[in-house]
Design a protein around this ligand. Structure first.
Ligand code: SF4
Ligand code: SF4
Ligand code: SF4
Length: 289
């Protein structure tokens, strides 16, 4: 049994229910495995949002509910003294609230900032994957679930199934099948790490633009073919929509990309762009062939 949580960013609608549920569970009282977290400013699961845009013409947002990844080889455990951070047989990484007292370096060691330092109690704190509830035979959070599989509070609270919990060791579990069939996108600071929290569909960068017919016509070009070819060999093709807009998302980072815009009866237009960041590339005016 290896407990895991899948975080499907594509389904997250930034409702913050997960954050609230974790606060409800872990504020104001101690549990068998943790002490109460501060009410303000610290989030064992944090809905991290950022704006994706370099132009007022197109703004997207990215939302990633971020929690301790329960790493296979945790940096926080390596930084800890006296065995203050340990991994359970079910893969959950726990900070011992007694042994970790005064060990600020545990918080500093986490590459994704998932450990917070409780200044009042003088201890580092983070997500327990609700292990104290999973261990509790009286925690029947899922009476409606045919498998009666207990789930952490944040997973239970998510209204859009953007969070999924289960046994990653079982290839037939829902979570294993879900992870296998969706794009895994490890958080960049954890690149190369095996983790029990699986981040899926975290956006990378997009290129986008708008294509117009010749300026004097004051019309957008609908159905123009936009071809992208990266210097690494990958290619993509889209057509402009009813607003003349095109976008290719989730591109690999740091590529030089040749872009060609084509529409029957008009001269092709070519330009290049870099995928170093999200870019609204251009407003392209076609000219009669
Ligand atoms: S994500 Fe950070 S806190 Fe969690 S196990 Fe990995 S290093 Fe430790
Ligand atoms: S698994 Fe439990 S402790 Fe971890 S973020 Fe979710 S609610 Fe909080
Ligand atoms: S509860 Fe689910 S949908 Fe809402 S912010 Fe959290 S992960 Fe996203």
């Amino acid at each position: 049994m290896r407990y895991g949580i899948a975080v499907d960013t594509a389904k997250c609608m930034a409702c913050y229910c997960c954050q609230m549920a974790c606060k409800d569970e872990h504020c104001g009282h101690d549990t068998a495995l943790s002490k109460s977290q501060p009410m303000m400013g610290q989030f064992w699961i944090e809905v991290r949002e950022w704006e994706r845009s370099d132009s007022s013409r197109l703004t997207k947002t990215a939302t990633v509910a971020t929690l301790c990844a329960h790493c296979a080889d945790p940096a926080c455990a390596k930084a800890a003294k006296n065995g203050a951070v340990y991994k359970r047989d079910d893969g959950i990484v726990i900070i011992d609230p007694e042994k970790s007292e005064g060990q600020r370096q545990i918080a500093d060691a986490c590459p994704i900032g998932a450990v917070y330092y409780n200044e009042v109690l003088d201890i580092p704190q983070k997500c327990t994957m609700c292990a104290e509830l999973l261990d509790d035979p009286n925690y029947l959070a899922y009476l409606g679930d045919p498998k009666k599989f207990k789930k952490p509070r944040c997973v239970e609270a998510c209204p859009n199934n953007a969070l999924m919990f289960g046994d990653l060791d079982d290839p037939d579990s829902d979570i294993s099948k879900y992870v296998a069939s969706h794009k895994q996108t490890q958080l960049e600071p954890l690149a190369g790490q095996e983790t029990n929290v699986k981040y899926l569909n975290v956006p990378t960068v997009y290129l986008a633009g708008t294509v117009y017919l010749p300026k004097e016509l004051e019309e957008v070009a609908i159905g123009a073919k936009v071809s992208l070819k990266a210097d690494s060999g990958e290619s993509w093709e889209v057509t402009t929509n009813y607003f003349g807009d095109w976008i290719v998302d989730d591109l690999p980072k740091n590529r030089q990309v040749d872009i060609t815009v084509e529409l029957a009866g008009y001269k092709p237009v070519k330009y290049t762009a870099k995928t170093d960041a999200d870019h609204y590339v251009d407003m392209t005016y076609l000219q009669k062939a």
